[in-house]
Design a protein around this ligand. Structure first.
Ligand code: CA
Length: 224
């Protein structure tokens, strides 16, 4: 947990420990990066506004080292651009301050369950072909015209949800529930940001997508 507001960090840590998690806590982005290089964490809870090295830079560097480590951002209610930027850098989800503790704990539990699921070697391979790329949804990797690629677990889940129902419009809330596993009206922008990420991977011209199509007011559709 990287959080420099001690009034928030202390109770958060206490409650996570009550849930049985082993928690490493630091107010410093710099120290967080040093710790992450040494310790195999299951999840990073990352405040964005930090002294010295901010949360964006921490997220960016963590993603360079590890594509799969889940990152949950803590952001301010008013800072929509921050959330978008954080998701673009590779964070998996965000929670807006002030948040309900119960919601954060549920989010953490779900994100860790997902990682554990992806870490299991026994899963059968599921390969899909998209725009000249072959992607292994279990290994979270693929290769194609622009070389090898790595996906995060959430990107792979979204890809799975969209490609398993080609040419069908899926609404944002449907995708949110399917992929993130919760229902919320506030955070549908999360889906939009992940679609932007998929377009960057797979579309020749991300601004004029041919495979990951948005339909105004309806949702998204995958066209093979
Ligand atoms: Ca802060």
């Amino acid at each position: 947990m990287v959080e420099d507001e001690l009034n928030l960090a202390r109770p958060l840590r206490f409650n996570l420990e009550q849930e049985g998690y082993e928690v490493w806590s630091t107010p410093s982005g710099k120290e967080a990066l040093a710790l992450q290089a040494k310790i195999p964490f299951d999840l990073i809870i990352l405040d964005l506004m930090l002294e010295e090295i901010d949360g964006f830079e921490v997220a960016r560097q963590i993603r360079q080292r590890d594509q799969k480590l889940p990152i949950l951002m803590l952001t301010a209610r008013t800072a929509e651009q921050d959330r978008i930027h954080g998701l673009e850098l590779g964070a998996d989800d965000y929670i807006v301050k002030p948040f309900h503790l119960r919601e954060l704990l549920l989010r953490v539990e779900r994100m860790i369950e997902r990682t554990t699921w992806y870490a299991t070697d026994a899963r059968p391979a599921r390969q899909i072909a998209i725009a000249g790329y072959v992607v292994d949804l279990e290994k979270l990797s693929g290769s194609g015209p622009r070389g090898p690629m790595q996906l995060t677990a959430l990107e792979a889940d979204l890809l799975d949800a969209l490609t398993s129902q080609p040419n069908r419009v899926l609404s944002r809330s449907e995708l949110l529930e399917k992929v993130w596993g919760y229902h919320s009206e506030v955070e549908t922008r999360t889906v939009d940001n992940f679609i932007v990420r998929l377009r960057k991977y797979f579309e020749e011209e991300p601004d004029q997508p041919r495979h990951f199509i948005s339909l105004r007011g309806k949702g998204y559709m995958y066209v093979p």
